[in-house]
Design a protein around this ligand. Sequence first.
Ligand SMILES: [Cu+2]
Length: 254
Amino acid sequence: MHTDIFSRVLVNHFLMLTLFIGIFHQNALAHTVIEPAQITEGKKSENFLVITHGCGENAVMGASVVFPDGLDSTIAVNGNPHTGTLNDFVTNWGNSIQLYQDRSVFSEQDVKRDSNGNVVGFWAGGGRTVASHLYGRIAFVSSAVRINPESCAQTIRFAVAAADICKITTVDNINADNSVSLWVPAVGSKYDGTPGGHAFDFPVFFTISRDLTANPLPESCGGVGQQISVRPSAAQVDRDMPIQFNGAQVWPQP
Ligand SMILES: [Cu+2]
């Protein structure tokens, strides 16, 4: 009887411990990010998309990345909806991203373009995979972005949608069986993921900060800069997330 209770307590403790280690382990894992996550306006920057884990135990076979195009994006100023355009805060956002060709991680890659022909994202995939416990990085460059000198914008934070793909499925099945890891702003697209699921509404952020020396705040701002946030529209995410290769959609499965 005594041993029985003792062993039950022990088993309970062991379960608790496993649970805690599980939770801790999940928190200890980094999410996929852009590094550096913050750059200064007016300066070109060398960046990486860093893939930080697989989909559960599944290795990553490719990644798809979409930046808000600024055409039909949702803009907020200090958290309040802004009805004007992105040009009110950034004067040259279109075509700010270019991908480096580098086959050291995946064998194929290309940029994604909007209706104006501007690069709005990129993908990489095929060849070998990135092991679920290792990091992989995809190099890109961002050109000198300029903050509108007449605005009070101090930082512009872009919510970038990214997917690490471990299994190719149709769009209806992307959330099943550790097929993808999504870092997507939940804007109502097909790539929102599952509420409460891994990294739900936890996009990859890319922030441009104002160069307060070269581009000081106008006096009308009263010395207080604004935080601008830019999220892509659901229509843009749905249009730009799929990967086209040689004229055919290869992910999600059409
Ligand atoms: Cu994660």
